[in-house]
Design a protein around this ligand. Structure first.
Ligand code: PLP
Length: 427
């Protein structure tokens, strides 16, 4: 399978190169050259397949013959090794819990898949590849865990000092082995800036890749859970509407890909916090990136979502088509807290702030009689413990995944400028 850059100035490349490079030389993100719908027979009989079999059918055309079938099946086995339960909240709304993986964030799926692809592609190479990633919280833990022990792969994680939660910090600083955590004296934007500078540094860029959702191997596996949900809900005979709490818009863009593959989805709602670049675009037709604002759903504090260009490509850059299939609404922190309380009062369900934003999106969309709404619950409430416990009258139980890291010792090196980072990258 070939991939092209959405800046259209770099040559087409293979799946392998798209994974190993992350970003094209022209700084554009990659997009698959063809998208072939799956057979009707497969979709109509989806309940007869296991999650592993479904994931294999969904991803195989995007990998092509670059990973042997048996190996790809093994990779999938590791990637979807946990549950993706649906929990009914109302008669016509369910929460899709994507947080049952090792770091309790949906990013575990993409991180694990990418790590194994990269390890496979780099075997036999003498030079190690370095995965460089800036995190505002959740990505760091998922990437650290997903890549732990991957042979020939070095991981360097930059996070803003004092700006991630204690649990998030433990998740990315306590693993050791091939994972290096760098604590940056600054905010998330400073971390991101250093990563960008590194990718322009001719001397090191050859062996550097990114593990953000711009990487096709992190983005595409996110299609899986839309298929798993359809498998569960097909028997309802209702039209499905998905609300996806969105930041960089990788997750929702994978949902739209799933729809392109023939999955019957009626409508997508991209729910955001006050970082409302995309909701504004849908109102006005003008895409105006902004500086990000801090909110209680901080994994979505993004002012210029990097996957939005993929969504435009999927809808052939046609504004009317986009508006027909896709809505986007923005919500304040106050609305989010109020909704967390209302959900808890009405159903006893503890939603994290991101999930609550997802629920708000379904409400604003207004489900019709024959529609069923699913919001993606993208993180376990324990990952946003302070906000959840100060909003709801609950004490969140600490899950085993978190207990495992909470008492371990943090190991991180403090850095403050690009030259400090460079020392970790030049081998
Ligand atoms: C990363 C993240 C999001 C945003 O996902 P995108 O694919 O970037 O839109 C939402 N919620 C949580 C908890 C996350 O970690």
């Amino acid at each position: 399978m070939n991939y092209y850059s959405l800046h259209h100035k770099s040559p087409k490349t293979t799946f392998k190169n798209a994974v190993v490079q992350g970003l094209a030389k022209d700084r554009g993100i990659y997009f698959p050259e063809t998208i072939t719908p799956l057979s009707k027979d497969f979709i109509e009989n989806i309940e007869k397949y296991s999650n592993q079999e479904i994931a294999f059918e969904v991803i195989k055309q995007f990998v092509g013959d670059e990973i042997p079938t048996q190996k790809l099946k093994e990779i999938i086995e590791e990637t979807v090794s946990f549950d993706f339960p649906l929990v009914n909240i109302d008669d016509n709304i369910a929460s899709l819990e994507l947080f049952h993986g090792p770091t309790m964030a949906f990013k575990d799926v993409g991180a694990k898949f990418m790590a194994q692809c990269l390890e496979y592609f780099n075997q036999g190479n003498k030079k190690e590849v370095t995965v460089l990633v800036a995190t505002s919280g959740d990505t760091g833990g998922a990437v650290a865990n997903g890549f732990l022990g991957a042979k020939g792969v070095n991981v360097v994680i930059l996070y803003p000092s004092g700006k991630v939660s204690d649990i998030q910090e433990k998740q990315l600083t306590t693993l050791g082995q091939n994972i290096t955590a760098l604590e940056v004296d600054g905010v998330f934007d400073d971390c991101q800036e250093m990563v960008k500078t590194a990718f322009l540094d001719e001397e090191i860029t050859k062996t550097l890749t990114s593990a953000n959702s711009i990487n096709v191997a992190r983005w595409l596996p996110q299609m899986f859970y839309f298929f798993f949900t359809y498998k569960e809900l097909k028997k309802l005979n209702k039209e499905l509407v998905f609300s996806v709490p969105s930041g960089n818009f990788g997750n929702i863009c994978a949902g739209i890909m799933a729809q392109k593959l023939g999955l019957p989805i009626k409508h997508f709602v991209a729910s955001t916090n006050v970082n409302d670049t995309v909701p504004n675009y849908l109102q006005s037709g003008a895409y105006t990136p902004k500086k990000s604002k801090a909110t209680i759903s901080n994994a979505m504090d993004v002012g210029n979502p990097s996957n939005f260009i993929r969504i435009l490509e999927l809808y052939n850059n046609d504004f009317e088509t986009i508006k027909k299939h896709f809505s986007s609404y923005s919500f304040t922190d106050d609305e989010t807290r109020e909704k967390m309380k209302a959900i808890y009062k009405d159903s006893g369900y503890v939603a994290d702030p991101h999930g609550a934003v997802g629920y708000l999106g379904l409400e604003k969309y207004g489900l019709k009689e024959n529609e069923f709404g699913v919001f993606l619950e993208t993180a376990h409430p324990v990952k946003f413990l302070d906000i959840v416990e100060s909003t709801l009258p609950v004490k969140v139980e600490i899950p085993v995944q978190i207990k495992k890291v909470i008492d371990k010792e943090k190991v991180a090196t403090k850095i403050s400028c690009y030259d400090d980072l460079r020392k970790f990258l030049v081998i």
